[in-house]
Ligand binder design. Structure first.
Ligand SMILES: [Mg+2]
Length: 415
């Protein structure tokens, strides 16, 4: 297992998201205690409390009657999920201007992987993101940002100084930086696990930190314990996913982009973007799929097998071949949407050395090295400075709706 020697993850978590969103949208609620409720009835509970309401003891789960008793002046607006989803998209778009989003964990939480100079300048990057969000999304929607060697510690850091916090945990700060926390403050220790750990005498983070990986595995009664232990100790481990991981992007094509040539150009952009996010997460893909839709009619879908690839050249060549197949099978119909997905993910470091033994594989290894250099250049200059093959300007400034999948939660995910 690799142990990063610096900061590799940025975790952002918005403060009292739904309540702040209402204060952003309705100026008359600013500075006032607000408790967002799911539906407009007295027989329900608060699902998000503004910081003013929290100061009066109102929190998520407080029944409406009690909220009124604790805080007589409280405003109790009914939730407007469609507005929050809009804000969520605005947040992701702004984040994406500063650093690609690695994973969206919920409507108000996201994780970014940092590379190159983003790592050494992580605190500055976090401040730029905060400024950008204030300007683009609104100053009443504050967020707390955590910076750390891995996702678990970055999420922990983001929760350490709310609201509007910025906490950095460096490898050398461990375990001191987290020693004062309650064990339940560490993501992955819920009330149940907390009770089990306390029963085993592990009632402080310090004691929890002092366990061995083996002990942690026994306490969790699964490999999850080892994963938690490794995360707590600053190793580069991904937090477990609830769904199978895949990296994908899709677009509705603007009317003047509905030609085979331009649809392919768009698909290449989408694939390159998905591959970049995949590399940041430390994965390689075994499969690439392409989906094209034609107006209201049926779509075309195809899949290519990849040699556990992470470099642009391998992925884009496979995409070109897939696209040629689509054209051959559908004739010259005009695609209205294109979507690309990388799946069958394997941790890039887990690929065996003999994968790179043959001549073809040696070439792939060289392309990988080149791709990594390009990633660094592009991240340094905050733009696509270098690319493989022709790169089209984004289709009509990406006119048309963005098809989000695997990346943006549906209403159902938080509702
Ligand atoms: Mg939050």
């Amino acid at each position: 297992m690799r142990k990063p020697d610096g900061i590799e993850r940025l975790y952002i978590d918005f403060d009292s998201f739904f309540a702040s969103a209402e204060q952003q949208l309705r100026p008359e609620l600013r500075g006032r205690p607000v408790g967002v409720i799911p539906i407009d009835t007295p027989h329900t509970c608060v699902i998000a409390a503004s910081r003013e309401a929290k100061q009066q003891g109102v929190k998520t789960g407080t029944p409406v009657a009690e909220a009124r008793r604790l805080c007589p002046g409280i405003a109790l607006p009914a939730a407007r999920p469609e507005k929050y989803v809009e804000i969520h998209h605005a947040i992701l778009a702004e984040l994406d201007r500063h650093v690609p989003v690695l994973k969206v964990w919920s409507i108000d939480e996201a994780e970014c992987a940092l590379i190159g100079r983003e790592r050494t300048g992580a605190a500055d990057l976090a401040l730029r993101i905060k400024r950008g969000l204030r300007a683009a999304v609104g100053e009443h929607l504050t967020a707390s940002i955590g910076l750390a060697p891995n996702g678990l510690l970055a999420k922990t850091a983001a929760e350490m100084d709310k609201p509007d916090g910025l906490v950095v945990i460096r490898p050398e700060d461990l375990p001191g930086a987290i020693a004062h926390l309650k064990i339940e403050d560490i993501p992955g220790v819920g009330p149940r696990m907390g009770a089990r750990l306390r029963a085993a005498g592990l009632d402080t983070v310090e004691k929890l930190y002092a366990t061995s990986a083996k002990q942690a595995r026994a306490l969790w009664n699964s490999v999850e314990g080892e994963r938690f232990w490794a995360g707590l100790h600053g190793y580069a481990v991904e937090r477990p996913e609830t769904k199978t991981a895949a990296f994908g992007h899709g677009r509705v094509l603007a009317p003047d982009w509905r030609t085979p040539e331009r649809a392919l150009a768009c698909a290449r952009l989408l694939a390159a973007k998905a591959a970049r996010r995949m590399r940041r997460a430390g994965f390689a893909a075994r499969r690439l799929s392409l989906t094209l839709r034609y107006g209201r009619g049926r779509g075309w879908g195809g899949e290519a097998v990849l040699p556990a690839a992470r470099d642009d050249r391998t992925i884009l060549s496979a995409l070109d071949a897939l696209f040629a197949r689509a054209l051959a099978e559908t004739g010259d119909r005009r695609p209205s949407q294109a979507a690309v997905m990388l799946h069958g993910l394997v941790p890039a470091e887990d690929r065996t050395a003999d994968l790179f033994a043959g001549e073809a594989s040696a070439r792939q290894a060289r392309w990988e090295a080149l791709t990594d250099v390009m990633d660094r250049l592009n991240s340094r200059y905050q733009a696509a400075v270098v690319n493989l093959g022709p790169r089209a300007a984004p289709p009509g400034g990406y006119a048309g709706a963005k098809i989000a999948f695997g990346r943006v939660p549906d209403r159902a995910d938080f509702w």
